[in-house]
Write a protein that binds this ligand. Structure first.
Ligand SMILES: N[C@@H](CCC(=O)N[C@@H](CS)C(=O)NCC(=O)O)C(=O)O
Length: 216
């Protein structure tokens, strides 16, 4: 197989890359990195030779090329496999709009509720479980409020019209997380509709956390 994907079943950044690989019909070897057990495999020196940031995902090809950051990986795959579905649309303006929505999630929501942030809230700032959950829910809801407004301008069946794009690869894992934090998706009807539509596609179903070999 051409690619190895290092990831974790419940990691939303890994989930995005799994969807991209599935949409492009690229088989890959999945290498689980347990983010919690024994202090977290992402902190091991051996793993950090692949990803110095100590985060998943990491994609390695059979020539030994190593890629980190889900958006860099997804755009690389889109260029390497320029067959349908293209994850970025053809014009520069449309590309910028798709990336805007993806970055609303990747830059402004997901990092605030990342595992290491939650662990810091707990260990250094003595926040309780309830406080940590309230923190995550708050930032997800803040982000979703803006995204719901953006989607009014662009959505069809998916984030941008009726074709799947990179934005959908970000939306689905983030909604999956939101549901874990009991966000009421009735307040975000477009986000929820797109989440349900995407999850009717086999590439999204196969990428679901519960369908991964390391799911607990
Ligand atoms: N911007 C990075 C984010 C990667 C990231 O935050 N990964 C999380 C899982 S979704 C992680 O490895 N967390 C481990 C930790 O916080 O210790 C990307 O898109 O690849």
């Amino acid at each position: 197989m051409r690619f190895k994907l290092y990831g974790y079943w419940r990691s939303s950044a890994t989930y995005r890359v799994r969807i991209a690989l599935n949409l492009k019909q690229v088989p890959y070897h999945y290498v689980p990195v347990h983010l919690v057990k024994d202090g977290g495999g992402q902190h091991l020196a051996e793993y950090q030779t692949l990803n110095p940031a100590g985060l998943v995902p990491t994609l390695v090809d059979n020539s030994g090329n190593v890629l980190n950051q889900s958006s860099a990986i997804i755009e690389y795959l889109d260029e390497l496999y320029p067959q349908a579905p293209m994850l970025l649309p053809p014009t520069s303006l449309e590309k910028a709009k798709v990336r805007t929505l993806a970055q609303d999630i990747a830059c402004d929501i997901q990092p605030l509720a990342n595992l290491r942030v939650m662990q810091y809230l707990n260990s250094a700032l003595d926040c309780s479980d309830v406080q940590q959950k309230a923190w995550s829910k708050h930032w997800i809801e803040t982000g979703f409020t803006g995204i719901e407004k953006r989607l009014k301008e662009s959505a069809g069946d998916y984030c941008f019209g009726n074709d799947v794009s990179m934005a959908d690869l970000y939306l689905v894992p983030q909604v999956y997380n939101a549901l874990r934090f009991s966000v009421n998706m009735d307040n975000y009807s477009l986000l929820h509709k797109i989440y349900l539509n995407c999850n009717r596609l086999s590439a999204f179903v196969a990428a679901k956390p519960e369908n991964q070999p390391d799911a607990e």
